[in-house]
Design a binder for this molecule. Structure first.
Ligand SMILES: Nc1nc2c(c(=O)[nH]1)N[C@@H](CN(C=O)c1ccc(C(=O)N[C@@H](CCC(=O)O)C(=O)O)cc1)CN2
Length: 283
């Protein structure tokens, strides 16, 4: 069986260190404040927000939730963002994804102050990421790189295949892998012959949200398999990868749950602390 990439354990290790950093910040009078805007009643989002709230509390970060009804208009969210931009006590904010269909998230990203952008999704911060001048990175890709580094997996010269081209995972993880000198391919719904790319991949990062999409016969022996998918099937959580089928052929593999998910929450907290420290350095 391949080595399990234990995201849960790494997230705990990092959270303990972050808690120490926050303690030092608080001694200097810096109290990180993280605002989460959630629009609607998506049940998974409610779970994730509670999980962030628990970790924030443990680390010593104040998390404030702005829960808005499903029929909230984009202009109302824009007003809230402007209010948070102007509030000096706010260190970071994020809009919980997904959002209802009347909300255009790209428009809202134009409004968030990049210095308070926990997700790293504003045009300024995503441009900085692609140019290699990171200000803040989206949490899931950052967590994946931390996991890969922790297990001393070298990406240089490797064929990294990313499945999914979202702004929050697919595109930024491609940028980060490219920065590590990997040869990166992004597969998406219009890709022809995806099997070809998967068969030649040293590393597969799947972020499409399709349960058990990746099977053992699609991958190369010894490949690194990173599963970002979280899918609910018959009351169970499963990833995009058929874990039981793939685990004996993969060299390394993340479980679901307990792989990338806990690192996403941890890295959101890392970003809040980073932003809080920077804002105070500028005072
Ligand atoms: N604006 C954003 N929206 C979303 C992000 C994000 O980074 N920014 N990521 C996800 C949701 N998310 C945090 O917001 C998140 C994802 C996964 C987990 C997690 O701990 N997963 C567990 C399983 C939890 C469960 O469902 O029981 C695991 O994989 O082990 C936490 C938070 C989408 N939206």
């Amino acid at each position: 069986m391949g080595t399990i990439l234990d995201g849960k354990a790494l997230a705990k290790l990092k959270a303990d260190k972050l808690k120490e950093k926050v303690k030092i910040l608080k001694e200097k009078g810096i109290n990180p404040l993280f605002c989460v805007i959630n629009i609607g009643e998506n049940p998974a989002s409610q779970v994730y927000i509670r999980s962030k709230g628990r970790l924030a509390k443990k680390i010593g970060i104040e998390q404030k939730l702005y829960q808005l009804p499903t029929n909230t208009q984009e202009s109302e969210v824009a007003e809230l963002i402007k209010k948070l931009n102007a509030d000096p006590s706010v260190d970071g904010m994020m809009i919980q994804l997904p959002v209802p269909e009347q909300i255009n998230i790209t428009n809202l990203m134009e409004i968030i102050d990049p210095s308070k952008d926990v997700d790293g999704l504003t045009p300024a911060n995503s441009g900085r990421l692609w140019q290699g001048h990171h200000f803040v990175e989206p949490a899931t890709p950052d967590g994946i790189i931390a996991l890969i580094d922790h297990y001393q997996i070298d990406l240089e010269g490797k064929n990294v295949v990313v499945i999914g081209r979202s702004d929050i995972v697919g595109k930024p993880i491609a940028a980060l892998a490219l920065e590590r000198n990997a040869t990166v391919t992004i597969l998406h719904s219009k890709t022809q012959n995806p099997e070809f790319y998967l068969k030649h991949a040293d590393v597969i990062i799947s972020a499409v949200g399709q349960a058990n999409l990746i099977k053992a016969d699609m991958i190369k022996e010894g490949a690194v398999i990173v599963d970002v998918g979280i899918n609910h099937v018959d009351g169970h959580l499963v990833g995009d990868v058929d874990f039981d089928d793939v685990k004996n052929k993969a060299g390394w593999i993340t479980p679901v749950p307990g792989g990338v998910g806990p690192l996403t929450v941890e890295f959101l907290m890392e970003q809040v602390v980073k932003l809080a420290r920077r804002r105070n350095d500028r005072k």
